[in-house]
Design a protein around this ligand. Sequence first.
Ligand SMILES: *Cc1c(COP(=O)(O)O)cnc(C)c1O
Length: 415
Amino acid sequence: MTIIYLDNAATTRTSVTALDAMREVYVGDAFANPASQHASGDAALRVLESSRRRIAERLHARPSEVEFTSCGSEANNQALLTGAAYGEREGRRHIVASAIEHPSVLRMLELLASPDGPYGGNFEVTLVKPDANGLVGVADVKAAMRPDTCLVSLMYANNEVGAVQPVRDVCRMARKRGALFHTDAVQVTGHLPIDFTRDGFDLLTLSAHKFHGPRGMGALVCSHRVAPASLVLGGAQERGHRAGTSNVAGAAGMAAALDEACEKLEANTSQVEALHERFVRGLASIEGAHVLGPTEPSLRLPGIVAITLDGVDHQRSLVLLDELGICLNAGSACAAGALEESHVLAAMGISSEVGRTYLRVSLDAEENDETDVDRAVEAIATVAARLRKQGETLPAQPHVSANPPSDAPLGGDAR
Ligand SMILES: *Cc1c(COP(=O)(O)O)cnc(C)c1O
């Protein structure tokens, strides 16, 4: 059975270009520790710094503004700490973020606001809800801001419904009021053009594995105007802002993947847009299938199609689709293996009953073609018909099993 991979917003296949660049580091002269004062260390340092320059160039940032991290989640954590440190210095104790941010933003905000947390607990957080299409309004962010707001964090595009947020306008508005602006650009990097300097962003997060680079490699772009707070303490790597022996191969793979994605950006975008539209057209023939998120192409990330299927529980449809070789997603899985209710859909005002039928298809130009789209539509139609016929419609079985398997990861939170 051929497997059709439609979960590219969760991770992408690492490109041959990225793998080649990484292999060259691992087996060539640049495998050494770039902090070491010898020829091999120098070779590693050259690769690390040229990777940084290439990434900076693609994002229109300065090389000194690009700091490598171990993932996008870490960069998000660090961005928020940086905003909080700025707030401490300025006597500002309020943070504004959207309610549909990635958990690596939301969990860190909880910690910053928690009286028991390690960060003083003296921050107040306002979460701004999006509209029914998952779009956050500039006016709503403005209304949430206070004179003591130190940081506004708004993702560039949402990973569950693909809504592209008004980050430029919100950035301008936030900075005019003396707050820093952070954007989680993980879903758009390599897919939409990013101009860090022109748009005046203070902090921007990226993650290599969402654009065919390696997993476990991220970066925080931090404006030269802003002093980054450190999350990982130890050695003086990354200008003293992020300890840990540099992942030179990861940086090389990330740079290679970003170069490739940016070179193919326009061609890939139009290809994914065509696949996206083909998929949406196909869905129109399935009874009770609805597409969530903005319909206006400029307001949605091409490739992310969020759907709901009337009366079809995603716990069941995902299993059947998987049996048909279709890999897609329905949000994050909680420790018991059941699907958690999506905080994004809930914030959009979608009931948990409807939310339980949500499926996310994420298409990619390198990975998918028209046949994939047609087979996926067919499979979704088959599965929906089968589940409805069996009468296995909502309300279905309880979503959290009473007896989780004994080999379930301890405190596991598999997102
Ligand atoms: C995947 C993702 C992240 C996390 O990136 P990791 O490198 O997997 O930690 C953060 N934000 C968004 C929007 C994402 O889609």
